[in-house]
Design a protein around this ligand. Structure first.
Ligand code: KIV
Ligand code: ZN
Length: 433
């Protein structure tokens, strides 16, 4: 353990968070086609990217990072296809990533020809570690790269017929001294001269998640409260998931003042991935907040994602996993059974069922797989299957007797499918002469 440093912390005297809960959806930006795609074993080809782009549009993303067109011909061609085939709806803004270098910025603007509105996303790495071991540069030299990038984008924007929104990321922000992060953002802000009607996006990435989520939130809060002309800035976060806390870090950062989240579907991305936007959105949904994304059919999202990314969604993945709406233990099954019944009988409008944080049907999942019968299941579970699958309401007195029959079978073979439960029911009761 001595090989690792503990996290630097921001020393707040007073917490300024106005809210204890997230109350509205942030601006979402999908980086699936850039950060996500660059981390695939087999990156998507142009037609696959187009299909993924169409999915993102259908889901309601209004900002989509489509790639790094100056870095590869495929990315350039993909963007040209989007433009030439008129696939970018008027209310969707595409975003392109580029380093702060003249010829790359020039090539990026070539790729954007004919685009009505685009976010040009420039970045350079700013952390103490990267300054020291990667670039061998001091703060001033690193700042100069960013300022020069902003100037170049401004120059090219003058001759661009469409609208350009500037985004700047101090890459490795979380390893950057906050006063320096502020200094460099302020210098970029002075070049770009944003206004409340023409905001600049400052994207503060957790490029490698190295701290507990509260530390990231403190860093975001510090920037949020120290930015000048805050109303001319969209404060964006870009969390990765190295410690497995990307969702928690994002939620705390939103409480701490962030306006916008960059992430991917199911958390695809470099190493342990980017933050899973769907997870944050479904969390909001489960708290009664409109996530402003069309995510009612999770099955369709999974189908397209798995086919194009060639990555399976883990069976325990929040909301999306095959097993997340099942209950193996008898007491859980019984409680679910009672909860669902009470919902119907009392005509409750608010979803309140034990062990099921949301109604699976609300996101295109079914009740059927909720209860699975194995040797851990109790009598209530078997009765529930008979009623919910086959409409047989067993009298109370039969619950234990029939559950014992199924218990014997499950001890020998493991899980018992609903169809087999029905067969056993017929054998035990209906077929008896
Ligand atoms: O993770 C990161 O820091 C990035 C930047 C390019 C925004 O992907
Ligand atoms: Zn990233």
């Amino acid at each position: 353990y001595k090989r690792y440093k503990s996290a630097p912390v921001v020393d707040f005297k007073e917490r300024t968070w106005p809210n204890k809960q997230i109350t509205k959806a942030p601006a979402w930006c999908s980086v699936d086609l850039r950060d996500g795609n660059q981390a695939l074993i087999e990156p998507m080809v142009v037609e696959e990217k187009i299909e993924f782009f169409n999915l993102l549009v259908k889901l309601g993303f209004k900002e989509i990072e489509v790639g790094f067109p100056s870095a590869s011909q495929i990315e350039f061609d993909f963007l040209r296809q989007l433009v030439d085939r008129k696939l970018i709806p008027d209310d969707v803004v595409i975003q392109v990533l580029v380093q702060c270098r003249d010829h790359l910025i020039e090539r990026t603007f070539e790729s954007l020809e004919g685009v009505k509105t685009a976010i040009v996303h420039i970045y350079n790495s700013t952390s103490t570690l990267q300054r020291e071991v990667v670039f061998g540069m001091d703060r001033e030299a690193i700042k100069e790269i960013a300022v020069n990038g902003a100037r170049l984008v401004k120059e090219h924007t003058k001759n661009f017929p469409g609208k350009i929104i500037m985004e700047y990321s101090p890459e490795s922000f979380t390893g950057t001294e906050l006063d320096f992060a502020m200094d460099i953002c302020t210098a970029v802000q002075e070049v770009w001269e944003p206004t409340p009607d023409n905001k600049i996006i400052f994207n503060l990435p957790n490029t490698v998640e190295m701290n507990t989520p509260n530390v990231y939130a403190d860093q975001i809060e510090w920037m949020h409260t120290h930015f000048k002309n805050r109303d001319s800035i969209s404060l964006s976060i870009h969390p990765h998931n190295d410690r497995g806390c990307g969702v928690a870090a994002s939620e705390l950062a939103l409480l701490a003042g962030a306006d916008r989240v960059e992430g991917t579907l199911f958390g695809n991305g470099e190493r342990t991935g980017n933050v899973d936007i769907l997870n944050i959105a479904y969390n909001m949904f489960s708290q009664g907040i409109d996530p402003e994304l069309n995510i009612e059919d999770i099955n369709e999202i999974i189908e397209v994602y798995e086919r194009l990314c060639k990555i399976p969604v883990h069976v325990r993945h929040p909301y999306g996993g095959k097993l997340v709406f099942t209950a193996f233990s008898g007491s859980h099954q019984d409680a679910i059974n009672k909860g669902v019944k009470a919902m119907h009988e009392k005509k409750k409008e608010t979803w309140e069922v034990p062990y099921l944080p949301i109604d699976p049907a609300d996101i295109g999942r079914k009740y059927e797989p909720i209860v699975r019968i194995n040797s851990q299941s109790g009598k209530g579970g078997v009765a529930f299957i008979m009623e919910s699958y086959f409409g047989f309401k067993l009298p109370k007195g039969m619950h234990k007797e029939f559950a014992d029959v199924i218990q014997v079978i499950s001890e020998k073979q493991g899980e018992v499918a609903p169809e087999q439960i029905m067969q056993e029911f017929k054998k035990s009761y209906l077929d008896r002469k």
